[in-house]
Design a protein around this ligand. Structure first.
Ligand code: FMN
Length: 215
């Protein structure tokens, strides 16, 4: 048997050495935490910890559970602030973790141990500052704060419990000590808080940089 046939047969038999097929209950393979601020119906701001996001150009895409307050708020008022905390803020994030801004608490959330909390700033120990172009407030302590407009909300057919929310970043605020020159964030000073299979991590040492790096 030639080598390719042998590999194909091993794959079919799930016998690739060192690799096993599993059914993981979660697939959170290590993405930055964001604190998503949205506008409550009374004009106050709700804070939701989120790890499903990516950014390309001025587009920031979020994965948001449709049973939470963030989703309800963004549908009613299509603006948000994407606050990006650093590793030192993991306990502030975790203080928010068992709460929802939804009242009454949806059955599914109740089953998972969530309770209602109106004042997410109070419970997290974080500070509110006004945004400049959107109504939801920002979080002072987060080194990066992105004001954004909600552009598109799509619920995938195969996974109706989450929405893919496309936002457009319209203003970016950064702690001054992390800015390099005029318009760059210094990667030696900034680092994200990583959500790695429900555990919080920081970044390790720098390994190198890509050929397009400007810093
Ligand atoms: C670190 C962390 C990351 C999370 N990531 C997400 C996520 O990407 N999408 C999501 O819908 N919920 C995520 N959650 C769960 C929400 O925070 C949770 O549903 C919360 O109740 C949302 O608050 P809200 O109902 O007031 O919007 C995450 C929770 C934590 C602690």
């Amino acid at each position: 048997m030639n080598q390719i046939n042998e590999i194909n047969q091993m794959n079919q038999m799930n016998l690739s050495p060192g690799i096993k097929t599993i059914n993981p209950s979660i697939l959170y393979y290590g993405t930055p935490v964001i604190l998503l601020n949205t506008l409550n119906e009374d004009g106050t701001t709700n804070i939701s910890p989120i790890s499903s996001s990516w950014a390309l150009g001025d587009c920031v895409v979020l994965g948001i559970g449709i049973g939470g307050k963030a989703f309800e708020n963004m549908k009613r008022h299509p603006e948000c602030v994407i606050n990006v905390p650093g590793p030192s803020m993991w306990e502030n994030v975790e203080h928010l973790a068992p709460y929802t801004g939804k009242n009454p608490v949806p059955v599914e959330k109740k089953k998972n141990g969530f309770t209602y909390q109106k004042d997410k700033y109070e419970v997290s120990g974080l500070t509110s500052i006004d945004s400049s172009l959107v109504k939801p407030a920002r979080i002072r302590e987060c080194p990066i704060q992105i004001e954004a407009k909600v552009k598109e909300v799509r619920i995938p057919e195969h996974s109706p419990y989450f929405a893919i929310v496309e936002t457009q970043a319209i203003q970016v605020h950064v702690h001054q000590d992390m800015i390099l020159g005029e318009n760059h964030i210094d990667p030696a000073k900034w680092s994200p808080l990583i959500y790695n299979f429900r555990h919080y991590f920081g970044l390790g040492e720098q390994l190198g940089k890509t050929f397009r790096s400007e810093t």
